[in-house]
Write a protein of this length. Structure first.
Length: 583
């Protein structure tokens, strides 16, 4: 791999001052171990009860596992997979992997078996840490010739058919901790060493493995610090996939650098209970989950009634406090949304409720490059460049960024690396944007998502989708129309809207409301962007059926291919609103 990295560095020479060891993630972990050893670092729910790790306890376990990994004699820089939902052992194992001189390769736990098989083949690991999975069948894709270490919360049902006995090649975390002495001293890694391979979510094709060096991690923390300042007394809950760069940067890395207490959730059924236990002071999420939170509130109280209540002085205060307390978010001082564009109206709704949501921006290849100073929010903007980041807009409107967070390259893919790195070291993000006079960045869409209608003009679907998803009945939607006379939108309704649509009178009201929505949206669009049809599909889009990614982004190519066969039928109906069922 070294030759590959050298070739990547020739494409984009770093030309930067490298952080000293004490500023790198292991250095920060050693700092907290020495200075705040009895402060709680991690809280993991197990069967409804919480287990805590203080810094010294956490580092003691990681050191023991690091000693075991070191004793295996694998070549330095070997790949070690973490295949697990978020949990305390996820972070403990990453520290152990780094201390032992190896590279972390997280894999999403909700991918298909075929995708997992390809990723294992691509990264060539020597070991796999195995925890709870969204897709239990993934255990069958772990290569039989590698060492498997099972986390204590990996369920028996998930691993019994793959791992029958506790042989040296199939070990448990607790056994390793019990049988190994902790690795001594403060094993350090160079700033330019590869720390992790982060796979893209696969929205535009097969996932690619972005190689990130340890030098990037201090700048992940600086991006967060730009929003909230440096405060070690924060609490966060980790539930977005740690296999994604946003959660690694915003929760794990910032927690390591600032000494936060990190809580986890046990499973989907216990999420609200675990969130209330954590009472986070910082909260990070993605647009679709914020929309689900809002939909959950509207299931309890109608949107119009809530709006009226919020405008009554004392009543509004009490209602806001009650809603946030029930969500477990009443102590949040800073909230952020990322991973995909979020509708300004949705952000405004939460901010009126008292949850100070703001936005951020980044990519798997470039890290977290834009955040809002002090938690400020400007509708339609994602923030300003974070420390160490240079941002420019290319001639075609593309956002390009350069910083110490830039990946070293794609693993085993020099051609793809060259395709996203400029000669002077900028990452081509593939996003369209503009920067105003104050340095604030606005995202205008994805270059690859644009399509040309039969009128010969380009349409950026992302902005239109956001305008539609503001409606309380729409969970997610897709705008498509390549080669058509006008774009069409396909929408998935929320659970509450689907329930209401079963009653004729409610269905009619819903249809009127959605028809008005389309008219309102079209009024704000250029003539060639205006929607001709809104299709309400009965099919749920999920990771399991391949229509969205593990980070809840649309797989546009798959969705467009799936619905292409129905387009002529929809146009022939000559209706503006169509209910579509594939039964």
């Amino acid at each position: 791999m070294e030759g590959e990295l050298e070739a990547a560095r020739e494409i984009a020479p770093p030309q930067m001052r490298l952080p000293p060891p004490e500023k790198l993630p292991l250095g920060r972990a050693y700092y907290w171990e020495k200075t705040h050893g009895w402060q709680i670092f991690l809280t993991q729910p197990i069967n409804g009860r919480a287990r805590n790790w203080k810094w010294r306890e956490a580092m003691n376990e990681s050191r023991r596992v690091a000693a075991f990994l070191k004793a295996q004699g694998w070549p330095a820089g070997s790949h070690i997979v973490i295949l697990s939902k978020n949990c305390a052992w996820w972070i403990l194992s990453e520290l152990a992997i780094w201390m032992s001189g190896h590279v972390t390769v997280p894999i999403y736990t909700s991918v298909t078996n075929d995708a997992a098989r390809r990723l294992f083949q691509h990264c060539g690991p020597v070991c796999c840490f195995l925890g709870p999975l969204d897709n239990p069948e993934l255990v069958h894709e772990i290569p039989e010739d590698i060492t498997v270490v099972r986390f204590p919360n990996a369920t028996v049902k998930q691993i019994e058919s793959r791992v029958q006995t506790e042989t040296p090649a199939h070990l448990t975390w607790d056994r390793i901790v019990a049988e190994n002495e902790p690795i001594a001293g403060e094993p350090a890694r160079a700033a330019e060493d590869v720390a992790t391979v982060i796979y893209t979510s696969g929205t535009t094709g097969p996932p690619k493995g972005a190689l990130h060096a340890f030098r990037a991690f201090p700048y992940f923390a600086k991006a967060v610090e730009q929003v909230i300042g440096n405060n070690k007394h924060h609490r966060v809950i980790s539930y977005l996939p740690l296999a994604h760069i946003a959660e690694r940067a915003l929760t794990e890395t910032a927690g390591l650098y600032m000494g936060w207490r990190i809580f986890f959730y046990e499973n989907t059924a216990t999420f609200l209970r675990d969130l209330k236990r954590a009472r986070p002071t910082l909260f990070f999420s993605v647009p679709r989950l914020y929309a689900k939170f809002q939909a959950g509130v509207f299931e309890k109280i109608r949107a119009r009634k809530l709006e009226n209540l919020l405008h009554i002085p004392l009543v509004g205060f009490l209602v806001r406090r009650r809603i946030l307390r029930r969500l477990g978010l009443n102590r949040v001082r800073f909230a952020a949304s990322g991973s995909a564009p979020i509708a300004p109206d949705l952000v405004g709704w939460f901010r009126e409720l008292g949850l100070p949501v703001t936005e951020g921006y980044g990519t798997t290849e470039s890290g977290i490059t834009h955040t809002a100073p002090g938690g400020r929010w400007r509708p339609g903007f994602v923030g300003v460049s974070t420390p160490g980041v240079e941002t420019r807009i290319a001639g075609n409107g593309e956002i390009q960024v350069k910083s110490p967070m830039n990946m070293l390259g794609y693993y085993h893919d020099l051609e793809a690396t060259a395709g996203v790195m400029t000669a002077d070291g900028f990452i081509e993000t593939g996003d369209l944007g503009e920067i105003d006079s104050e340095g604030w960045l606005k995202i205008k869409g994805r270059i690859k998502e644009q399509f040309k209608t039969a009128k010969g003009k380009y349409v950026s679907p992302g902005a239109i989708e956001m305008m539609l998803e503001v409606h309380e009945a729409i969970e997610m939607c897709l705008v498509m129309g390549s080669g058509l006379a006008a774009p069409i939108a396909i929408a998935v309704l929320t659970a509450e809207a689907r329930r209401l649509s079963e009653r004729p009178e409610s269905r009619q009201l819903l249809e009127h409301s959605l028809t008005d929505l389309v008219h309102t949206v079209n009024f704000q669009l250029a003539p060639h962007e205006r929607l001709s049809i809104l299709v309400l599909t009965q099919t749920r889009w999920s990771v399991e059926n391949g229509f969205i990614t593990p980070t809840l982004k649309l797989r546009r190519a798959e969705l467009e291919a799936h619905y292409a066969k129905y387009i002529r039928q929809w146009i022939a109906q000559e209706q503006h609103l169509i209910w579509h069922s594939e039964e």
